[in-house]
Design a protein around this ligand. Structure first.
Ligand SMILES: [Zn+2]
Length: 187
C-alpha cells in the first residue's frame, strides 16, 4: 500500500503538542508512530526522544529578544515538526508575536541553533573533537561573523548562530561550526 506523506491534522498536531508540553515525549512519539507507522528504511525517520529533549532545552542566545513564553512557543512548533518527521517549519509561518527577524530567518536560525548545539554536545560528550572552526557562508557574511570565523578550542567555541550577527534583521546568521581537529587524527 502506498502512503502519501501527509501533514498532521490540526487536531492531531494540538494533541501531540499538548503531550510534549506535559513533558511526555515518549507518549508523543508513540502517537506519531500510530498515525504514521514506519514503512521501511529511509522512508520515515525515526524521531528519538533525545532529539526532542534537546530542542526543548538547548540554549538559544540569538533569540534573547523573545520572552520565555515566545521561545517556548517556537520550541513547541519545532518539536511538533520533528514529531511529524519533518525538519523545516513553513518559512512563511506566522509567529504569534512581532520580532525583528523575518519568519524565514527565524526558522533557519532556530534549526541551525539546534543542529549545531546537538553536534557540539556530541563532540564534548564523546571527547573525540579537540578543535572546531566557525565557517562563514559563502554569500555575504557580516563583519561580526567574519571576525568569529576561526579555529577554537571546543570549550571556547561560540554558539551558532553568532550572537552578534548583524544579519539578524534580514537573512539571519548562516555560519556553521565544523570539527577541525579530531582526536587521534594528525593531518
Ligand atoms: Zn553574521
Amino acid at each position: 500500500m502506498l502512503f502519501a506523506m501527509q501533514k498532521l491534522s490540526e487536531a492531531q498536531a494540538s494533541e501531540v503538542r499538548r503531550i510534549i508540553q506535559a513533558g511526555n515525549l515518549a507518549g508523543a512519539i508513540e502517537i506519531h508512530r500510530q498515525l504514521y507507522p514506519p514503512m521501511g528504511k529511509g522512508h520515515l525517520r525515526e524521531t528519538d526522544t533525545s532529539d526532542l529533549r534537546e530542542c526543548l532545552t538547548a540554549p538559544l542566545p540569538i533569540f534573547s529578544f523573545c520572552s520565555d513564553g515566545e521561545l517556548l512557543e517556537l520550541r513547541l512548533r519545532m518539536a511538533t515538526e520533528l514529531i511529524g518527521g519533518r525538519f523545516t517549519l513553513t518559512p512563511d509561518v506566522n509567529f504569534p508575536w512581532r520580532h525583528p527577524m523575518t519568519p524565514k530567518a527565524t526558522v533557519h536560525n532556530f534549526f541551525a541553533s539546534i543542529a549545531s548545539f546537538r553536534n557540539v554536545s556530541a563532540w564534548r560528550r564523546n571527547k573525540n573533537v579537540l578543535m572546531a572552526r566557525i565557517q562563514n557562508s559563502s554569500c555575504g557574511p557580516c563583519s561580526s561573523c567574519v571576525e568569529a570565523a576561526r579555529e577554537y578550542e571546543l570549550a571556547d567555541l561560540p554558539s551558532i548562530p553568532i550572537h552578534s550577527c548583524e544579519n539578524i534583521n534580514t537573512v539571519g546568521c548562516r555560519c556553521v561550526a565544523i570539527a577541525s581537529k579530531i582526536h587521534g587524527v594528525h593531518p
